[in-house]
Design a protein around this ligand. Structure first.
Ligand code: TXA
Ligand code: MG
Length: 317
């Protein structure tokens, strides 16, 4: 099942689907110029066709092949953060089949920062469309084992790249009619980091979200186990007596509850480390046949904003 860069290239050239490592999460990749390959991605993921995919390129010189009329601020952002966990929503080139963009005239693009995947992308004559390598609605994969567990032998191969360095999806930035950047999805590049380059940013409003970002569904990245987000663990636990409870905690163990399954995301209180461990810890708790998983809310700054956004969507009924 593990594949080499050469073999992945061979499969992708034949419209097969290969799982690729990135710094954020693993992706399910296919030739972005091939309708046939992209259709396979949607089928494998059981993803609704109205939810568009991200196109991955190997270098900034390839941007013109997929996008046009690129705002100046997009170029500045690309130069600042690529390769890296930033996806830009830009006007699409006709060459991108409409199945990739769900019929929109925009395309989501990024250069991922992973040595193997960059080498693969740079060896291919086409970009790779790749959503996260999880079935629609379930927890995103940050290791090749997660991908294997979800898709087994259905793939043309898995390019082993180790655990993902960032552990949370890319941050998505679009542009309004004046060419000003707008955050479409919180991700592993914090809003503060982007704002250092662009100045103050706004988040897409709910009204704008409807027509432009159908992928930002309220419920997302969910464990199968019922989950609950709280800013007061002690109070929440008193209402859960007698239940098998799992805890997903930022830095501190709940000392008087040794009976409970507890995942500590970063004992030193480092949000980058917490982000890196988040999905793997969710996967582990989800396999313990618990009645409920309680998520602890993070401080609402930096990556904490992204983590809280993911926790909120995961806990949505
Ligand atoms: O880190 C990541 O971004 C990972 C790795 C594999 O690159 N990919 C990923 O893809 O998270 P996916 O498919 O799970 O999420 C893509 C998001 C969806 O929410 C989708 O709605 C949004 O990108 N999107 C794609 N094209 C768009 C467009 N033209 N306009 C607005 N949103 C778009
Ligand atoms: Mg996803």
């Amino acid at each position: 099942m593990d594949t080499t860069i050469d073999n992945a290239k061979f499969k992708l050239e034949r419209d097969e689907i290969v799982a690729i490592p990135t710094e954020t999460v693993y992706g399910l990749a296919g030739n972005a110029f091939s309708e046939k390959a992209v259709k396979k991605i949607f089928d494998l993921k059981k993803r609704p066709l109205f939810n568009p995919l991200i196109v991955h390129i190997g270098s900034i010189e390839d941007l013109d092949k997929v996008a046009r009329d690129i705002p100046e601020k997009a170029i500045i952002l690309a130069r600042s953060f690529w390769p890296g966990p930033l996806t830009l929503i830009l006007k699409k080139q006709d060459r991108i089949p409409s199945i990739v963009t769900s019929g929109k005239d925009t395309v989501a693009v990024r250069i991922p920062n992973h040595k193997k995947t960059l080498e693969l992308l740079r060896s291919l004559p086409f970009p790779l469309a790749a959503p996260s390598a999880n079935p629609f609605g379930s927890i995103s994969p940050t290791t090749s084992e997660h991908v294997r567990g979800y898709f087994g032998e259905q793939l043309g191969g898995i390019l082993e790249g180790g655990p993902c360095e960032r552990g949370i999806e890319s941050t998505i930035v679009g542009f309004d009619s004046l060419g000003q950047p707008v955050i479409y999805r919180y991700g592993s590049l914090s809003a503060e980091e982007i704002e250092q380059v662009t100045g103050p940013l706004r988040f897409l409003t709910h009204e704008e979200e409807q027509p432009t970002a159908p992928g930002m569904l309220l419920k997302h990245y969910s464990p199968k186990t019922k989950s609950f987000l709280t800013d007061n663990i002690t109070e929440t636990l008193t209402s859960l007596e007698g239940k098998r409870v799992g805890l997903l905690l930022f830095k501190d163990r709940v000392l008087d509850r040794p009976d409970m399954e507890q995942e500590i995301l970063s004992p030193t209180g480092d949000m980058g480390e917490a982000a890196r461990n988040l999905y793997a810890a969710m996967h582990r708790l989800d396999q313990k046949e618990l009645d409920i998983i309680v998520f602890e809310q993070f401080p609402q700054h930096g990556l904490g904003v992204t983590i809280n956004d993911k926790l909120k969507r995961a806990a949505q009924d």
